[in-house]
Design a protein around this ligand. Sequence first.
Ligand SMILES: NC(=O)c1ccc[n+]([C@@H]2O[C@H](COP(=O)([O-])OP(=O)(O)OC[C@H]3O[C@@H](n4cnc5c(N)ncnc54)[C@H](OP(=O)(O)O)[C@@H]3O)[C@@H](O)[C@H]2O)c1
Length: 327
Amino acid sequence: MSHSRQIHLARRPRGIPVREDFAVVEVPLGDAAEGEVLVQGLVMSVDPYMRPRLDADQALETPLIGGGIGRIVQSRHRAYAVGDLVRHGSGFQERFCSDGRGLTKLSPDPELPLTVYMHALGGTGLTAYGGLLETGALKEGEQVFVSTAAGAVGSVAAQIAKIKQCYVVGSTGSDEKAAWLRDEVGLDAVINYKAEPLAESLAAATPRGIDVYFENVGGAHLDAALPRMNVRGRVPVCGTISSYNGSPQAVYGIFNLIYKRVRMEGFVATDFAPLNGAFMRDMTGWLKDGRVKYQETVLEGFERAPEGLIGLFEGRNTGKMLIRVAD
Ligand SMILES: NC(=O)c1ccc[n+]([C@@H]2O[C@H](COP(=O)([O-])OP(=O)(O)OC[C@H]3O[C@@H](n4cnc5c(N)ncnc54)[C@H](OP(=O)(O)O)[C@@H]3O)[C@@H](O)[C@H]2O)c1
């Protein structure tokens, strides 16, 4: 009998999680039974949505909810062969047996690194694509504001807007991230919301107002954006990360929706499954021709998953936060 490791929630966090809220637990692992595969995790995604779940949905002393990419290392399942790569939603487990439920075979493009399937060519990219083009109904040449623009979803959303010939303003929390957005990604204006007064800087950066605000933060960011919205503007609500640790910020400017006829609408990545074919085609092309650039913050070692999750709320990632489990 061999062993695997799992990341468990040891206790419910108060505010931003701390390392002691989690436990790395060794568990026995047998061989794959008839109809099963044994999966070796390769890379795992840490995502902001995991934090609100720690308050209730995530059971204590079970693997944290999450997904990643793994390799089949034993197969007694007729649909899978040893060496196949799979996406999985089996939670934070280093290695595990599966009857195939929740696994999807992955045939990566040999010209692209595998990890891009965890962000630009994964749920992150589809979220940005569908949120901006479908929920946000973006039109060419519009005025766009994207918050957490150096993050996984935000950086893709901002670049899709640039591809659609829009004027794009992004916000982020460090000068280093701001420089990447300005110098490498080519945004028209970038605001470091930790170093400048957000509302004033956004007003100065959006002389022609905002047609689409791609909302990732909530609170003060939403309050800064609402007065800048143009008539018939759209606010696709992707996330409100400033509220995930239980300290929601008041928003005062909702009245701006009324006379400007602004539409504010939430969405979930899975809503865009029908767009997946077009998304994969477009995004693969944009990555290969360099029109979509990306960064990754990769923590080496399965046991660093809690550090990765905590880091999201401290702005420690540029682009996608990933955990490397094995090569
Ligand atoms: N609707 C959906 O289906 C869906 C799917 C995926 C993600 N999302 C949402 O999209 C947003 C971005 O997710 P992501 O995976 O791309 O994460 P991410 O942006 O790669 O990482 C989180 C970033 O948020 C910023 N941040 C953290 N706390 C903040 C605060 N209090 N105020 C302002 N910014 C803060 C930090 O960047 P800075 O250094 O720039 O502050 C941090 O690096 C989140 O709200 C998430 O919940 C929604």
